[in-house]
Design a protein around this ligand. Structure first.
Ligand code: GTP
Ligand code: MG
Length: 190
């Protein structure tokens, strides 16, 4: 499968209307990296200092799958609590959801679990949910330096080096796709 963004697609693709459109919504605690992940995915870039999203953002990505064009309409929600009540507007009618947490902050995983429960109660019944632990690059830098790891643990509490048993069991129990990602340098969740 080859992919192309709206900015880079060639003239032929530009003149073809997509044969399938999918709605994707991103949910998760503020600052876990939703907007960064989406910009990495769509535009293949990363901005160090990004302002928190207000309301929601919208980006599209067009895929070519064999002879068909598929357009992904991505709604990037704001994670700050004051925007929580807007979320149903964005997951209504969605075929897919990415629920994101920060692998270095356990509290953001608790928030992700709440989003999953809300989706299970209120989103379309056949929605495909992916649970994504972002900022895996921070785990790699932690494990490369024990002194730095100890310093960060003291500052931020217990660090998670990678996916822990609780996260794996929760994903398994809820039959969720579970991935890790790093918006900082890698376009693919892996
Ligand atoms: N090291 C590292 N930093 C990241 C990564 N992804 C995002 N960040 C940083 O984390 C901060 C928050 O990222 P955002 O993408 O704005 O987070 P958000 O989830 O969209 O936040 P809200 O819009 O408030 O919901 C920014 O300073 C990013 O540069 C990552 O994979 N690794
Ligand atoms: Mg954002």
């Amino acid at each position: 499968m080859s992919t192309s963004t709206d900015d880079t697609q060639n003239d032929t693709e530009r003149n073809m209307s997509p044969q399938l459109q999918l709605k994707l919504v991103l949910l998760g605690e503020s600052a876990v990296g939703k907007t960064s992940f989406l910009h990495r995915f769509v535009n293949e870039d990363f901005t160090e200092k990004r302002e928190p999203t207000v309301g929601a953002g919208f980006l599209t990505k067009t895929y070519r799958v064999d002879d068909r064009l598929m357009k992904l309409n991505c709604w990037d929600t704001a994670g700050q609590e004051r925007f929580h009540s807007l979320a149903p507007m964005y997951y209504r009618g969605a075929q897919a959801a990415i629920v994101m947490y920060d692998v270095t902050k356990q509290a953001t995983f608790a928030k992700a679990k709440n989003w999953i429960r809300e989706l299970q109660r209120q989103a379309p019944p056949h929605i495909v949910i992916a649970l994504v632990g972002n900022k895996i690059d921070l785990c790699e830098s932690i494990s490369s330096s024990p002194e730095q790891q100890q310093h960060q643990e003291e500052e931020e509490g217990q660090q998670e080096s990678t996916l822990n048993d609780q996260q794996l069991q929760f994903a398994d129990h809820n039959t969720l796709h579970l991935y890790v990602s790093q918006a900082v340098s890698n376009p693919q969740a892996h």
